[in-house]
Ligand binder design. Structure first.
Ligand SMILES: Nc1ncnc2c1ncn2[C@@H]1O[C@H](COP(=O)(O)OP(=O)(O)OP(=O)(O)O)[C@@H](O)[C@H]1O
Ligand SMILES: [Mg+2]
Length: 269
């Protein structure tokens, strides 16, 4: 079917052949979907995004993107690799991996220039994306000297400048202030409304209702424990608890310490 973006079929992946990261993953992702991948630390979320981005390849099973199997040697074909890179953009968990130019301006321009877009057009795009991410004041700064939140905005801008069909976000809101989190959620929701497919790995259950229609829960065995609507997953206390995803709150009531867990959709008391 033409609207399928990714088919992940029985994918297994181990680092260095001995550290298992994904075991038997099956997923189908269609154009325009908003997907979240959640799970405790080390359950394989970042590994999945790197497989979808064609940076690593399964030991067993297949990743099919836009109807073609992603294979290591298909990336040797420069034209095919360029086409894929223009269609899929990964915002890394660690922005330092993504930002390597001497200035923010050059980091944003890097992708479009690689794809042969004319310099004047790239300049225009750089200004546009800087405005969308509210980083015009950072354009001449050195990326590695920025704060974590500023780097995250620049990393998103560098992917937005390529204007891919599919965005892969790895923990886009981790460690950010509430206003920046809001800005990033709005960016994701907007991009999706414009037809972009969005796949986000996150621990932040509070943002899932907005950034995902479908949620996959990854378990300690590095496979999918559950896939379902965001509402059904977020309301399943047993599922979240057994997968280390429930928030634990500590309060003092009448001088007595009180610890309790609550569901992300439940009111706080
Ligand atoms: N470069 C690497 N070399 C060896 N093992 C790795 C490497 N990267 C990840 N792993 C292992 O693969 C597994 C999955 O890691 P991954 O980074 O995909 O998890 P994650 O769900 O993204 O975790 P987190 O929530 O902490 O970001 C972990 O057990 C991890 O130890
Ligand atoms: Mg990760």
């Amino acid at each position: 079917m033409s609207d399928i973006i990714f088919e992940v079929k029985d994918v297994h992946y181990s680092y260095l052949g001995k550290f298992p990261a994904l075991c038997g993953i099956d997923m189908t992702i269609r154009s325009g979907e908003k997907i979240a991948v959640i799970g405790a630390n080390g359950t394989g979320k970042s590994t999945l995004l790197q497989l979808l981005d064609g940076l690593i390849f399964p030991d067993h099973g297949q990743v099919i993107a836009f109807g073609e199997r992603l294979l290591e040697h298909s990336q040797d074909n420069e034209k095919a690799a360029h086409r894929f890179r223009q269609r899929v953009g990964l915002v890394f968990q660690n922005a330092d991996i993504q930002l390597f130019c001497p200035s923010v301006r050059e980091d944003i321009a890097f992708g479009p220039l690689q794809f042969g877009i004319a310099e004047e057009e790239v300049k225009k795009r750089t200004q546009e994306v800087a405005q969308i991410l509210d980083i015009q004041h950072l354009l001449d700064r050195v990326p590695h000297q920025l704060s974590i939140g500023e780097k995250r905005r620049v990393a998103i801008a560098s992917v937005l400048a390529i204007d891919p069909d599919v965005y892969l976000f790895d923990e886009p809101t981790a460690g950010l202030d509430p206003l920046t989190v809001r800005h990033i959620i709005d960016f994701i929701v907007n991009a999706n409304q414009q037809g972009k497919t969005i796949i986000t790995a996150t621990h932040d259950l509070h943002i899932i209702g907005e950034i995902a229609d479908t949620v996959y829960v990854f378990g300690r065995n590095k496979s999918i424990v559950r896939g379902g609507s965001s509402e059904s997953v977020l309301n399943d206390r047993a599922l979240l608890e057994s997968n280390n995803l429930l928030h634990i709150h500590q309060h003092c009531h009448e001088n007595r310490e009180h610890v309790h867990q609550h569901l992300p959709l439940e009111p706080h008391n």
